[in-house]
Design a binder for this molecule. Structure first.
Ligand code: SF4
Length: 366
């Protein structure tokens, strides 16, 4: 797999989808049999992945099955939950204890590891020895919102590899610079993003958006920058992406990336909305919508709400394949809504483009 590639597979069956993705990118070509391969999910707390905070254990099962089928057996799962959670508890409640027993892959609690202090530009960071000793790290972040940094994905997920006292220090230092520097000191070799559910606002979950996709990349800056765009943010709004780009962790210009979609977006039944999503879902009329498209619209409405302009947007906003043959008044999202009075192109359009489209067609100025 090349540094500038992003692979995407749409659907909800994480185990099957990740095996398809791995066989497409053929990671075995870059592995040696004796490698210690560490899988690093996001188990920030002890909640099920459907809440939008943690990595779906089915995704991890798929990775393990694929690697074992290729005769790679030296595998571990490592994580250090956030300071308010006990990792052992998260392993149990998120389904990882069961994964470990079933596949005989040991769990490493990085809150209780030995730590090695590494330094970049005069900043010392205590990093778990287990993570530093791994020969190949597969980072399995969740793509979701974050109250302080706007988004969290590959770069920030590596924070699970530092000590609790270091995590507290990161917060005192404002998160952005230390997150970027940490990624200069520890390399993630492959990133597989869980974008099946991801929280709209908070890393701890509670307002999940179903986006039904997984993505693979090698460059954490590239994938984070791509995810930021999907969520309606520019990299200048997510400072750690810009810093990581500047110090050479990777390249943020995803528009230069080769993006390969393995399949078509799939329509989903929109589940009963929870948390903040309810407010935004009430503005939407969806018919056979693909989750990728729906996710873009929800993220766009959130951005507009943050600017205090939500009530200026004419509703209902129509979206989904069910509107393909219809002509209708008002606003439509995506190529399926070409029959709308006004629509934004894209299949799916990015949250950023949807945001600009909706703001341009507000009730006040039109
Ligand atoms: S434009 Fe239509 S087909 Fe394309 S992602 Fe949106 S709903 Fe799906």
């Amino acid at each position: 797999m090349k540094e500038n590639q992003i692979f995407i597979n749409y659907g909800a069956q994480a185990r099957k989808m990740v095996k398809e993705l791995l066989s497409e990118i053929k990671i075995e070509a870059e592995l040696k049999k004796e490698y210690l391969i560490a899988l690093k999910p996001n188990l920030i707390n002890a909640t099920k992945s459907q809440k939008g905070a943690t990595t779906d254990p089915e995704l991890v099962k798929g990775v393990i099955e694929y690697l074992k089928e290729k005769d790679f057996y030296n595998l571990i799962i490592m994580e250090g939950s956030w300071v308010g959670e006990n990792t052992k508890n998260a392993f149990k409640h998120c389904g990882y204890k069961e994964v470990s027993q079933k596949y005989e892959v040991p769990l490493y609690d990085l809150q209780k590891d030995d730590y090695i202090t590494k330094t970049y530009q005069n900043i010392n960071i205590e990093i778990a020895a287990t993570a530093l000793h791994a020969d190949y790290i597969i980072n399995l972040p969740v793509f979701k919102g974050h109250s302080q940094t706007k988004i969290t994905c590959a770069l920030k997920n590596m924070k699970g590899c530092i000590s609790n006292s270091e995590k507290r220090k990161f917060h005192r230092q404002g998160l952005h610079k230390p997150i970027a520097y940490l990624n200069k000191l520890i390399t993630q070799d492959l990133i597989i993003v869980d974008g099946i559910y991801g929280d709209l606002d908070f890393e701890e979950g509670g307002s999940p958006v179903k986006m039904n996709r997984i993505m693979a990349a090698k460059d954490p800056v590239l994938i984070d920058s791509y995810v930021a765009d999907l969520m309606g943010y520019s990299t200048s709004e997510v400072e750690y992406i810009d810093i990581a780009d500047q110090i050479g962790v990777g390249k943020k210009d995803w528009k230069q990336a080769e993006i390969r979609e393995l399949n078509q977006k799939q329509t989903v039944k929109i589940e009963h909305a929870t948390g903040n999503i309810k407010k935004y879902a009430s503005k939407i009329r969806a018919k056979d919508v693909c989750s990728a498209c729906y996710g873009s619209l929800i993220h766009a409405l959130k951005k507009i709400d943050e600017r205090g302009k939500l009530e200026d947007i004419p509703t209902p906003i129509k979206i989904g394949q069910g509107f393909q043959e219809e002509e209708f008044k008002g606003l439509g999202i995506g190529n399926c809504c070409q029959g709308a009075e006004k629509y934004i192109q894209g299949c799916p359009p990015s949250a950023k483009n949807v945001t600009n489209f909706l703001l341009k067609n507000n009730k006040r100025d039109n």
